[in-house]
Design a protein around this ligand. Sequence first.
Ligand code: ADP
Ligand code: ZN
Length: 505
Amino acid sequence: MKAQGVGGLGGPGGIFKIGQSLSKTVKSNVLFKNVAGLNEEKVELLEIVDYLKAPNKYKAMGARVPRGVILYGPPGTGKTLLAKAVSGEADVPFIEVSGATFDDMYVGSGAKRVRDLFAKAKKLAPCIVFIDEIDAVAGKRGNKFIGGGGGVYDQTINQMLSEMDGFNTSDGIVVMAATNRLDSIDDAILRPGRFDRHIQVGLPNIKDRVEILKVHSKNKNISSSVDMEDIARKTPGFSGAQLENVLNEATLLAVRNSKRSVVTSDIEEAIDRVMAGPSKKSHRMSDGERRQVAYHEAGHAIAGLYSKEGEVVEKITIIPRGQAAGYMLSAPEKQETFIKRKDELLSIVVTTLGGRASEEIFYGLPRVSTGAANDLFKVTRLVTDMITKFGMSDKLGLYQYVPSEGTINPYKNQYSEDVSRTIDEEVSRIISEQYLKAKQMIIEHAQELKLIVECLLLLETIDRNQINHIHSTMTLPPEAIKMKDKLRSEGKTIDLSPDSDVLIY
Ligand code: ADP
Ligand code: ZN
């Protein structure tokens, strides 16, 4: 193909700027204080701000700073905003480009755009290069259409990797990228020395939503009668962008109705509009669903607290993430150990089954939900591994029926149908035994579980300290009490009963 280097259909500078980087350079005036919430994320980015301010300091010390940072999470959660804030805080240029820009029909033009982009960055350094929707250029190979038998796509990626591999610490270039899903990114991109910092940016919890609403109220004429905590309570699952949109719509409504300032009813109407909005995707979890998710997650917490070698539950939340309605983050996800003991593995099984166990106990068997699907997947895999790989079933003994991962397979699943049946029976027996344990723990500690449910419904996300507070004092933590008092002052109560149709009455 001869497209390379051609001036382009519109001539040089025409509409079709083949081979040009199509990036936009701005001086960002966003600061961390303009980004509401996301405190942990900001802390993680401070080092990069510091580096951009004085790259030579790092060079002198021989320190290796991250070259690439990937921000990942649902759309509208402030990934671009955070990247701009890093640029604003460091007072360095912000070069912005969309990953889709590199997707080009001409062989080599994607790679040329990458080259141009980094040439520009070197001239402007210290600076930030921000690649939005990086999955468009660095998605998993094979997942997308690959033009010219892999040529175009690979050339573009390879060019980007070789540019990044070529940086020096003193260059002062940090590449930040955003994507909705980390698991859609090609592994080669995520290796050390490339995009090796991964920062998750999730949907805001109720406290963060209040902050975001306050940030975006500043330049709007909003009546002092509007209670932002009340608005935050009515917008579970909303992203920062949606909240900003709500306030905008509300202001438009107020103007349309010739009001002097925005009042609560305007905002409520705007919430409905944004929810119904163009992206029908953002359907809201019903109140009843939220309560059931809270019972499920609290079940994990209780099973974790009371299983002997239990995992430390770091955080539980009822804010949806990806496919999961709620989720629990336990310590081993952060802290890998080298070996695991049988009692520890069984405790993980109990903790993981705690969600369904709680649903069964509080809602009854006919009303258990699909929320446990991923838990059951994890448990089935783990228990199967225990008995087929780790020799942890007395009945099956020390024979390894399935080779450990990464080994060359000398005994390719050669076991009899009898053994196969025994494996199934053993997996099922062990899971049932642990499930029974989880249910016993939950029955025994039902009061404590209900406190966790209440705390989750008040705060949406609760961390290890708050769980420990409940565990050791059998009272709600101060933040939750504050929220509860606020509700009470409005004459409202949270209904914990699984049989109730409403959540707050
Ligand atoms: P993403 O890059 O994650 O899709 P953006 O950073 O583009 O999301 O966010 C879109 C808009 O939503 C921002 O410009 C801002 O108005 C608003 N927004 C999102 N998150 C926040 C936040 N944490 N604080 C303040 N505003 C936010
Ligand atoms: Zn679960």
